[in-house]
Design a protein around this ligand. Structure first.
Ligand SMILES: Nc1ncnc2c1ncn2[C@@H]1O[C@H](COP(=O)(O)OP(=O)(O)O)[C@@H](O)[C@H]1O
Ligand SMILES: [Mg+2]
Length: 431
């Protein structure tokens, strides 16, 4: 059968790589893809937001399944459009994807379903938001309601920073309509963890846990990025947290969605903050994480395709998911200057050498092939993943692979999966 993966990042390369291993898969297409996906399949020059183009392609090429990588096509209703056209697609409907596309909506569901989350209030008027922010104890968290490329959350350490954030979101409309409404939220102190679950409407199955690194520089300093690295499983995850994930998060959420008449089918990715009083949901994402996918999928034993099919067909209770016991670490190599301005078109060397290493996977993000060379084409360039018997071993092998890859201005964190951690910027850790 033929499959399309929508998107062009490291997550999509990892999805295409894993799907290609299924014996049932003949051709795999990536829209629009990158130099990495072009090596395992065929890139097609259709944007993730060109639904008509994607539907036409799927019909013409007898595509059995389309898998959506990024959040924005889901929020814009790509799944509804495909299903109306009689096409099979993996991901939640537009209504269900509001869990990610509206943080206020997600907060309402969490409140009604008694899911542990930060206290928060929603605002539509900046004057009201400003008045409220004045009375609070800092730090506080200000969140644009809608999708803002991972940049719509500001931890404000004082009233001046809060005023600026509210002004930028609600008045200057820095994130367009996404900032028309904001949430002002209690600051939670703890460590972060990413959960992934396949949800088939009625049932769910958890995937492996992971932790990611959002800040650009070592020690969790510098600007927020799309993600500079990750590892799996999460080191501090235990049975008690596992039980909380089921009883306090997943089950109540599915009940809450059901009561609202919303069917969620696809991948649900709750972002957690684990505090002294347990796991709290910071947000729900409605698609695979990037770079979490680059450490989760290499640990998945067996094929991914049957799991996605079971999700769509509401048969998740029938499947068994098994994990490689080993740890996985991924280190993101970025262009110099990222997440600010950066140059592209830099030649990347060392990729062939790394391809020969055992249990090392180089997932491409911002790359492009020009003649016989692979060059940089984005901020995050590669996610270099390695498996190892221990987290330390996986980390060593990932960094060994990174040391063999070169491009002008390459920037990466040296402390991914390192022992000493600094889980929360702007706060003293006491959890
Ligand atoms: N209530 C909170 N308390 C402390 N930190 C928070 C809180 N909410 C969000 N954050 C921080 O901001 C980051 C981004 O917030 P999140 O809700 O995940 O939105 P998004 O991923 O859409 O930017 C989190 O990973 C976390 O570091
Ligand atoms: Mg997040």
């Amino acid at each position: 059968m033929n499959i399309v993966v929508i998107g062009d990042g490291g997550r999509e390369h990892a999805l295409a790589w894993k799907l290609k291993k299924s014996a049932a898969v003949e051709r795999i297409f990536c829209a629009p893809g990158n130099a990495g996906t072009a090596e395992i399949g065929e890139n097609i020059p259709i944007a993730a937001t060109d639904f008509a183009g994607l539907v036409r392609f799927a019909k013409k090429n007898r595509i059995h399944l389309t898998v959506v990588g990024p959040d924005d096509p889901l929020a814009a209703g790509i799944v509804d459009v495909f299903e109306e056209a009689g096409l099979r697609i993996f991901g939640p409907s537009k209504t269900a994807a509001r869990l990610e596309a509206s943080k206020i909506f997600a907060k309402q569901i969490m409140r009604c379903s008694d899911i542990p989350t930060a206290m928060a209030r929603a605002f539509e008027e900046s004057a009201e938001a400003l008045r409220f922010a004045e009375q609070l104890r800092y730090p506080i968290v200000i969140k644009a309601d809608g999708l803002a490329l991972g940049k719509g959350v500001i931890v404000a350490s004082n009233a001046a920073e809060a005023t600026e954030a509210i002004g930028a979101m609600m008045e200057k409309r820095k994130f367009g309509d996404a900032g028309r409404r904001v949430l002002i939220e209690e600051f939670l102190n703890g460590w972060e963890c990413s959960l992934h679950a396949l949800v088939d409407g009625d049932n769910y199955q958890m995937l492996a846990t992971a932790r990611d690194y959002k800040r650009a520089c070592d020690g969790n300093e510098g600007a927020n990025t799309g993600g500079m690295g990750a590892f799996s499983p999460a080191d501090r995850w235990d049975r008690m947290l596992e039980a909380q994930a089921h009883e306090k998060i997943m089950k109540p959420l599915l009940r809450g969605l059901h009561e609202d008449g919303i069917t969620f089918r696809g991948l649900l990715f709750p972002g957690l903050m684990v505090t002294k009083s347990g796991a709290h949901v910071l947000e729900f994402n409605c698609r695979f994480g990037d770079p979490e996918t680059q450490v989760i999928l290499p640990r998945l034993k067996g094929d991914l395709l049957p799991l996605l099919e079971a999700t769509i067909d509401r048969r998740l209770t029938d499947v068994k998911i098994e994990w490689d016991e080993r740890s996985a670490v991924t280190v993101v190599m970025a262009s110099g200057g990222y997440p600010g301005n950066y140059e592209t078109g830099k030649k990347i060397s060392g990729l062939e050498e790394c391809a020969r290493l055992n249990d090392v996977h180089i997932f491409h993000a911002g790359t492009r092939r020009v003649n016989d060379k692979v060059v940089t084409a984005g901020g995050r360039v590669l996610a270099v993943t390695a498996l190892g018997e221990t987290l330390a071993h996986a980390r060593e092998r990932a960094y060994d692979a990174v040391s063999r890859i070169h491009f002008e201005g390459a920037h990466y964190r040296r402390d991914i999966a390192a022992k000493i951690e600094n889980p929360q910027p702007n706060a003293s850790s006491n959890s």
